[in-house]
Write a protein that binds this ligand. Structure first.
Ligand code: FES
Length: 172
């Protein structure tokens, strides 16, 4: 006997379908309407305006992104949620794991502990800008060569951190 035999007990597939529809309807309701200050993500999707949003320009991976954001937005959430740069990962979200490491003006920064607003006009590098599949950063090459991924979730943070440490060590 399956849950299909008992409409009052929906199965997992029915729950996901119903839940997915509800989420889509909620997102649609939140984004429909006049959006005079809507921004765009790196993927081209519109970002709904937020009351009290402020304009900033973040220079990320040599590209300027002029957006309006809630001033309480962390750099991590801005990268991931507003600009769809999801290579930077959210682990602990309070400065302990390093999964969210990016470079700001040449220094390692935990993006979960910084407000995006603090970096208006700063030069930010994320894992997406460190190298390319055709021309990897030496640290990416080393991780690849030594199969250093472990589960892979925080690999981008490890590479961003290690890359800056190695470059610093080479300068001294
Ligand atoms: Fe863990 Fe930022 S997400 S230090």
């Amino acid at each position: 006997m399956t849950n299909d035999d008992h409409p009052s007990q929906p199965n997992r597939r029915q729950f996901l379908l119903t839940g997915g529809s509800a989420v889509a309807a909620t997102v649609m309701a939140a984004t429909v309407g006049d959006e005079p200050h809507a921004a765009q993500t790196a993927a081209g999707a519109a970002v709904p305006a937020v009351e009290g949003a402020v304009p900033i320009t973040l220079r990320i991976n040599s590209t300027d992104h002029s957006i309006r954001i809630d001033p309480r937005t962390t750099l991590l959430d801005c990268l991931r949620e507003t600009l769809a740069l999801t290579g930077t990962k959210k682990g602990c979200d309070h400065g302990q794991c390093g999964a969210c490491t990016v470079h700001v003006n040449g220094r390692r920064v935990l993006s979960c502990l910084n407000l995006a607003l603090m970096h208006d006009g700063h030069e930010i590098t994320t894992i997406e800008g460190l190298g390319t599949p055709e021309a990897m950063h030496p640290m990416q090459t080393a991780f690849y060569a030594h199969d250093a991924y472990q589960c892979g979730y925080c690999t981008s943070g490890q590479i961003m951190s290690a890359a800056r440490i190695a470059e610093g060590a080479m300068r001294t």
